[in-house]
Design a protein around this ligand. Sequence first.
Ligand code: FMN
Length: 187
Amino acid sequence: MSDQKSSLANIILSRRTIHNFKNDSVPDKKIILDAIGQACWAPNHHLTEPWHFYLLEKETITSICELNREMLISTKGTEAAEKKYQRWMSIPGWLVVTCQISEDEIRYQEDYAACCCAIQNLMLLLWEQGIGTKWSTGPVVRDDQFYDLVWVNKEIEHVVGIVWYGYPAEIPQTVRKSVNQITTELP
Ligand SMILES: Cc1cc2nc3c(=O)[nH]c(=O)nc-3n(C[C@H](O)[C@H](O)[C@H](O)COP(=O)(O)O)c2cc1C
């Protein structure tokens, strides 16, 4: 068998969470919207299409960065909070992804799973075009004020994460366990 990897495998294997973006260029919004449209062809039990994507602009981004700074002042101190504020303000692209809440626990689990599939699709589609992403779920996304800033009703939608995007300034390395370590063959 050939050891050559498919282009899909290469994209999956080379995608990394990007922590440092080039802050002088923001990817074209059309690329992002096209990728969102394609990402939503993720598997989705009962075809509930539970996801929603919020594309943030400067005003909302600044408010979120300010909120995060405020939250960090009490836990990490003023200097660290300001540093994080500056860092977040330099991130070029911001998306917030939500999942529709369901009273049925199984349905919610399946909807959340579908949203995660869509986010991975989105990250791979962007990576294919040289755009890096970071899926972030820090404490700020659970704060009521965050929901207000992105105009999301906490009773109706749950924030699955912020997806930051942009052209990578550096690509980190990481590792995974071997297939043997994570696989059990049963009779
Ligand atoms: C649901 C979810 C939440 C994540 N939240 C964070 C986060 O808050 N901060 C962070 O640095 N990375 C976050 N990540 C990214 C992971 O840390 C990252 O995927 C992991 O380190 C493996 O690196 P890789 O994506 O480059 O393979 C999150 C990933 C997932 C799937």
